[in-house]
Design a protein around this ligand. Structure first.
Ligand SMILES: [Zn+2]
Length: 232
């Protein structure tokens, strides 16, 4: 057998092994870890979650259908809802999610809203049940859309694109209030809960900032779906 034929057979063998490998992975890998399977917002968070959320950024139709399937209530803003400095394109108002927020209206891009739902469903809700045996009655927020720069810079904040939300704490159904400024550094169930919801935020949002990041975040978490990648 000449060398060319041997090489071709080898290459075909490798290609077949790769295809077989992909088919086996696609068949047996759980959906949250499988980048080939479409995202479902009720899937547990997995290693492919960031990748799959990035893929719905530019596919608004798919994003709306995912929110519909997860029974997230929203209203689409008209295209001219923003300002010249902060145009709001494909931005939604959150009408109903898994838990109520202290601020309304919350204006968000679809993929920020999708990420927020995953965080509520797979991070906040189970942790509150597990650690306090109480559901979250209200997420305390400083809001989402705000036409402004990142503090101390001349760069537009992701808030100016309605692509971020600031969370300052949680009020549980049992009356307990968990506050980022007060409890972040506390060695307690409340401190542990805050660390865990921030860590869970890192697995969903592109950028998840806590009081450890800088003094501007001493009293809240910042979660955004911009192009950055930071967990601090
Ligand atoms: Zn923020």
């Amino acid at each position: 057998m000449n060398n060319t034929l041997t090489r071709t057979i080898k290459q075909l063998g490798i290609a077949a092994a790769v295809v077989l490998g992909i088919l086996v992975l696609n068949r047996f890998l759980p959906p949250q870890h499988n980048p080939l399977r479409p995202i479902d917002l009720t899937d547990p968070i997995g290693i492919a979650t960031h990748f799959k959320l990035a893929r719905i950024k530019d596919d608004h139709g798919l994003c709306y259908s995912l929110l519909d399937k997860a029974e997230v209530g929203y209203t689409r803003l008209p295209e001219d809802a923003g300002t010249e400095r902060c145009p709001l394109q494909d931005v939604l108002v959150l009408d109903r999610s898994l838990m109520p927020y202290s601020v309304a209206p919350l204006r968000m891009t679809c993929h920020e809203m999708a990420a927020l739902f995953i965080w509520e469903n797979d991070v906040v809700r189970p942790l509150a049940e597990e650690m306090f045996a109480s559901p979250v009655e209200e997420v305390l927020s400083y809001g989402s859309f705000s036409c402004r720069n990142i503090a101390g810079t001349n760069r537009l904040s992701e808030h100016a694109r309605a692509n971020a939300i600031d969370i300052k704490g949680f009020r549980l159904a049992n009356g307990e209030v968990i506050d980022v400024r007060e409890h972040w550094r506390e060695t307690s169930a409340r401190g542990d809960f805050l660390k865990a919801v921030h860590e869970g935020g890192c697995k969903v949002f592109s950028v998840a900032l806590s009081p450890d990041y800088n003094a501007a975040h001493a009293d809240h978490f910042h979660f955004d779906m911009g192009n950055g990648s930071l967990c601090r």
